[in-house]
Design a protein around this ligand. Sequence first.
Ligand code: TRP
Length: 440
Amino acid sequence: MERETWGSKLGFWLAAAGSAIGLGNIWRFPYLAGSNGGAAFVFIYLLIVLTIGISVMLAEFTIGRHTNLNAVGAFQKLKGGPWQIAGWMGVVAGFVILSFYSVIGGWTIKYILSSFTGMISTSTDSTSYFLSFIANGPQTVLYHAIFMAITIFVVYRGVGKGIENTCKILMPALFLLLAILIIRAVTLPGALAGINFYLNPDFSKVTGATILAALGQAFFSLSLGMGCMITYGSYIKSKKESLPRAAATITLLDTAAAFLAGFVIFPTVFAFGATPSAGPGLTFITLPKVFALMPGGQIWSALFFLLLAVAALTSAISLLEVVVAYMIDNAKWSRQNAALIIGGAILLLGIPSALSQGAMTINIAGKSFLDFLDFISNNILLPLGGLLIALFVGWVIPEIAKKETTAHGTFGFQSVWIWICRVVAPVAIFVIFLGGLGLF
Ligand code: TRP
């Protein structure tokens, strides 16, 4: 059977943007920026994204389109040997990340529904509401299963009919929702204090740890380091399509979504005198408290969690597709079987993560099961994968890479790009890696 492709350039751009824009943009970025010096963090993040981030994304697209294969198959075809490990780590990372990402995706679905059933009320204590939800094992597993079922359904339908069509509807919807929420947030009385907090550059808060946080966030947010963009790049039909232009567009859309999410969260939080707190708390505890004080708060809450669910779904699809593409290309499974069986296995692996947040004590190495998987993937699998991908393009296939990216004539930055892949990105990633392991 012929390998699937994207129906159009726009379809590919929206699917790749859908992968990139996720939970990482809407709750993690604003919180990181807020606690790491506001605009100072945004500035450093931009520098990293526009040099290293965009270069590694272009590297992944190049490997993908050149081989028209999944992450493992692509390395096998180009070089084989130990380089395949990069592909393998990607497939494992896709499996592992999706198992807990889907648990949080399930929370967002629960919160859309709960917006109308008493959660958004001044008499509800949002902290105990959240804690009693995550302590309810059957409920967390149920919502995780619902989220996984939707993800499996989309991937089951295929690249064009499933992923591309879904993203063509959901990505414009996501930007519309974001726009509506921004207008509401910045016109609240007292919104300015939030904007000041977010945008006031405080360079005294910038330390080595800040730069590491920005690097790690850039990789996670752009979906880099595990062959996600190799897989999506492998479905590009035309050699004429400009990969540098695609990488630039998707990087800008992702960065815009993250930056704009801050304009929803901080004005809203500050307008009602709440304090921006860390982690899941900001989204699942602080915001419901704030929505309860807003006129029409139930609607605003439902819209906000819908935004989060849409963002999470289009990212989850891309994680499942990495593993499914491998099973189709290499193990010759049918897409339908791959989506159902792999998706089902990921659903099962997610159950201990879902339960580990309060229903039961499931700890590994002193962390909850979910936090442990999160730690392994963000601090080990993704940085090592990104390191190998950059080195591979920079040192093993630089000539192929140059040819693959010159559809519209040599692009001026080409040798800069290759040198970022050769030296700058590997060094930077290695530093994040050591930092993530707490080695300095
Ligand atoms: N980028 C997504 C987010 O910001 C998450 C994600 C999807 C991802 N695919 C990925 C992260 C691949 C790393 C690698 O939420």
